[in-house]
Design a protein. Structure first.
Length: 153
């Protein structure tokens, strides 16, 4: 009997430098069963210090985002996501709007976002972009109850 195909999961982060977000992404890809999941991590700038050793558990990808027009039409990100062809894109704080837009334009069937923290109070632009991204997202997770309560407002 042929084993079922592995689920391809792409994590999109700004970079893998230092902090809780980066440690959590590293823990996720290290703990996922490699017989069931194929993990990828895409950074929108540099890999950073916390990327060391992750290539043993995930394929690492990097693109340099162009700031201005990429918020309207993130063509480089769309191309990168299409090339990886994930079943699920998991965005993390800081890239939600741009990565959710690119994932949907690339035809990704499922989109998950984890909110790792935010500035309080949120600027109105951030609230607007988060609201637009939320409409494209299948599941939103928060790393704390306080963040969950903020997200529900």
């Amino acid at each position: 009997m042929t084993p079922p195909p592995r689920l391809k999961v792409l994590h999109v982060v700004h970079k893998l430098d230092l902090g809780g977000l980066e440690r959590m992404v590293g823990a996720i890809v290290r703990l996922l069963d490699p017989d069931r999941f194929e993990s990828h991590i895409l950074t929108l700038s540099e890999f950073g210090r916390l990327s060391e050793g992750l290539d043993q558990h995930a394929r690492l990808h990097r693109i340099n985002s162009v700031r201005q027009l990429s918020m309207i039409w993130p063509v480089g990100l769309i191309r990168a996501i299409r090339a990886i062809a994930p079943h699920v894109v998991h965005t993390h704080s800081g890239v939600w709007y741009k990565a959710s837009l690119a994932a949907r334009r690339a035809g990704v069937p499922r989109l998950v976002h984890t909110d790792h923290g935010r500035h309080y109070p949120d600027p109105w632009k951030a609230r607007l972009l988060d609201g637009l991204a939320a409409r494209r997202t299948d599941v939103v997770a928060a790393v704390s109850d306080a963040l969950r309560r903020l997200a529900l407002r």
